[in-house]
Design a protein around this ligand. Structure first.
Ligand code: NAP
Length: 427
């Protein structure tokens, strides 16, 4: 825990607001909140980096509900900026990346840091991404005695690391917490001599040519081969107002923000397993949960749909999309639904919307270099080879029909073995 971060209650915070002479960055966090756990090490890293320039404050949202509501904060984590008692800049909510937090701070402070001193790392294999695919690749590459570095922008774990219950990963003897599962994988990779550089912001990737290159804020990595295992991120809603109301009625994490909606009417958007499972979970708090799905067939398993249909607090609306959400004081006031078959619109009075509309690949940095499919995933078959020599793709980022933790780890193993063969051949 960084000593550069102040843990305050609302009284102490309001005092600091009045007397402080520096801008403040405030993180409202909660217990049992995966995106809060992702943000915590990023916040610590930023507190080290911007020491003395901006005051880093954390406040437990559940214990300081009144102030949170006064500031219109209904989601965790929510990050706000203040200067001379006034809120400034853009507040952020939900899963945040290190670049997003850095950019938001730079918008307040400007470019105040001196250029970082760069170091150089030469290795056999770079693995981009520390989720199940990247860690599994690390385990196999480490065992094969390849000099291997895993570079991860956040903390290791990927989406699996934020999943509370994983019941179908073989060999776990019952449901396991995703964080525990990926931590085991991380320890295993480290035990085979793999270097793991997490919380590194990636600025440049060069995949072409015999030498692969990755530049972060302070390290330049050179290797003979590279495995791209950057996974996917939750897709955001395209409803009008969805972006602006994120954290203020529009949410992406039921375990973090569901309790806010005790006795309320809320929406869940999506027709996959996540939407259906989380809708059932949200009935612990909400009076009425309306699932809105754009088709009349579901991606979720029939047994999950059956459970939702049997739940008296759940209504399922099919062939409908959420066209627009409108905000009230702290939460939503209403949502406008459109029937995709008839075009008819209806207005529902709801306080919140939880979005589970699938994921999209994290391939922005590879565009124009490696071949992507029409949906943006990296084109590679089961052998994980891409169109570029020495470049392999593993896990959710690769074109594939089934995306599960077990298929990601399997990809990681294949990619590492392929990379080893490739490196041996060029040696
Ligand atoms: P998903 O299976 O891809 O489902 C996404 C849903 O969102 C689909 O129903 C899709 O509709 C809908 N959708 C996509 N874009 C939309 C948009 N712009 N507007 C409205 N609706 C939109 O995603 P997921 O539920 O997050 O699951 C991801 C993966 O994790 C899956 O492989 C799933 O099996 C797995 N998972 C497993 C478990 C478990 O094992 N317990 C739990 C959760 C998730 P269409 O159907 O029309 O495309």
């Amino acid at each position: 825990m960084s000593e550069k971060i102040k843990y305050l209650n609302s009284d102490q915070f309001e005092k600091l607001l009045k007397t402080g002479d520096k801008p403040i960055i405030l993180d409202f966090f909660s217990d049992d909140c995966p995106p809060c756990e992702v943000l915590a090490p990023i916040f610590e890293k930023m507190a080290d980096k911007y020491e003395g320039q901006i005051e880093f404050v954390k406040m437990m949202r559940q214990d300081n509900r009144e102030l949170a509501l006064k500031l219109g904060v209904t989601g965790s984590p929510t990050v706000l900026f203040f200067n001379h008692s006034e809120e400034i800049g853009n507040r952020m909510s939900g899963f945040m990346t290190k670049p997003q937090v850095r950019i938001a701070i730079e918008e307040i402070l400007g470019d105040v840091l001196p250029p970082a001193k760069m170091s150089r790392v030469d290795c056999d294999l770079i693995i981009l991404g520390g989720g199940p695919a990247g860690l599994s690749a690390g385990i196999y590459a480490g065992r094969a005695k390849l000099k291997t570095v895993i570079v991860e922008e956040s903390i290791c774990g990927g989406q699996a690391g934020s999943t509370s219950h994983i019941a179908n990963y073989p060999g776990t003897m019952g449901p396991i917490n995703g964080k525990d599962l990926v931590n085991n994988m991380k320890e295993q990779a480290l035990s085979f001599g793999v270097r793991i550089d997490d919380l590194k912001e990636i600025f440049e990737v060069k995949l072409d040519g015999p030498e692969k290159y990755v530049r972060t804020e302070d390290v330049e990595y050179y290797s003979k081969a590279i495995i791209l295992a950057t996974g996917s991120r939750p897709r955001e809603t395209d409803a009008i107002g969805g972006k602006e109301l994120k954290g203020k009625g529009v949410h992406y994490c039921a375990t973090c923000d569901g309790a806010m909606y005790e006795g309320a009417d809320i929406l869940v958007i999506g027709g996959g397993s996540s939407a259906i499972e989380e809708a059932v979970f949200l009935t612990r708090f909400a009076e009425h949960v309306i699932i809105v799905h754009r088709r009349d067939e579901f991606r979720a398993a029939p047994i999950e749909i059956e459970e939702a249909r049997e739940n008296k607090k759940i209504t399922i609306l099919t062939n409908k999309v959420v066209k627009e959400v409108k905000g009230g004081d702290y939460v939503l006031k209403e949502a406008i639904l459109k029937d995709v078959k008839t075009g008819k619109e209806e207005v529902l009075a709801v306080s919140g919307a939880f979005v589970y509309v699938g994921n999209e690949p994290q391939t922005d940095r590879f565009k124009g270099q490696v071949k992507l499919d029409e949906t943006g995933y990296i084109s590679a078959l089961e052998d994980t080879k891409t169109n570029l020599t020495g470049v392999f793709a593993a896990g959710d980022v690769r074109t594939k029909s089934i995306r599960q933790v077990v298929t990601a780890t399997s990809d990681g193993a294949v990619a590492a073995i392929m990379a080893e063969k490739f490196i041996t051949a060029i040696k």
